[in-house]
Design a protein around this ligand. Structure first.
Ligand SMILES: Nc1nc2c(c(=O)[nH]1)N[C@H]1C(S)=C(S)[C@@H](COP(=O)(O)O)O[C@H]1N2
Ligand SMILES: [Mo]
Length: 223
């Protein structure tokens, strides 16, 4: 976990972060239809479909070579683990196709992910009964929080491949989290630690006006 060894490209986008915080304060993009929970459309309210895949981050892109990569999974668990890259890729393979919904209003359909399911993570580390929250920590200093229930979703995974190719650094490679049921800010890129906790801890955007959960179907954008 020697973070000093990890090279980070770029510099933090203070202006962009401020603008997104202002959007949250002003409730930008909210359609007001969030109470309808209309699931007849594949597109959640206020979203538009894109075919490309935008890159969004704080401006800092860690460059984590596989030989230095590790993932610590600890906190309120019976069996904490620290996986090296070799350990990680010897776990059972999980594949899933899901849609991405970003809070900045783009959605991208049918992303083919390969990696390790969060269900397998849970079987391996066995959270204590008191663990109700999961805090995700990334190499760029980013954090985000989800309930244990959301983390356990059957389509959630630690992804290292997208569309049959290794996940690029821009998109969070070597490994990122993917939780399709939520807006994409919950899907931490460059993940380095998964912490199980009894208490909730709001993450980077959650402390800057974003919703604590983030269901796109009910427009849990801000709050
Ligand atoms: N580590 C880290 N993960 C992150 C972010 C970030 O800045 N750092 N941004 C989040 C946000 S706001 C979005 S929309 C998605 C963007 O992922 P993408 O660049 O692959 O589209 O990553 C999420 N995960
Ligand atoms: Mo986002």
């Amino acid at each position: 976990m020697a973070d000093d060894d990890i090279e980070i490209h770029g510099s933090i986008k203070e202006k962009l972060i401020r603008r997104k915080q202002e959007w949250a304060r002003d409730g930008r993009l909210l359609t007001g239809t969030q109470k309808m929970e209309d699931r007849s459309s594949r597109l959640p309210p206020g979203q538009r479909e894109v075919k490309d895949w935008p890159v969004l981050d704080l401006g800092l892109q860690p460059d984590v070579p596989l030989e230095k990569w590790s993932l610590l999974i600890n906190g309120l668990v019976e069996n904490p683990v620290e996986w090296s890259w070799k350990d990680f890729i010897s776990q059972p393979v999980f594949e899933d196709v899901s849609d991405i919904h970003c809070v900045t209003s783009w959605s991208r359909y049918d992303n083919y992910w390969e990696g390790v399911s969060t269900a397998h993570v849970l079987e391996t580390v066995r959270p204590h009964e008191a663990a109700k929250h999961v805090i995700l920590h990334a190499h760029d200093g980013y954090t985000t929080n989800v309930t244990l229930e959301a983390f356990s979703a059957p389509d959630a995974l630690l992804a290292h491949r997208w569309e049959g190719q290794p996940l690029t650094r821009q998109h969070g490679g070597p490994v990122r989290l993917v939780i399709p049921q939520y807006y994409f800010w919950k899907s931490a890129k460059w993940i380095k630690r998964i912490e199980f906790s009894a208490l909730d801890k709001r993450g980077f955007w959650e402390t800057r006006g974003y919703h604590n959960e983030g269901d796109p179907w009910t427009e849990e954008r801000y709050g």
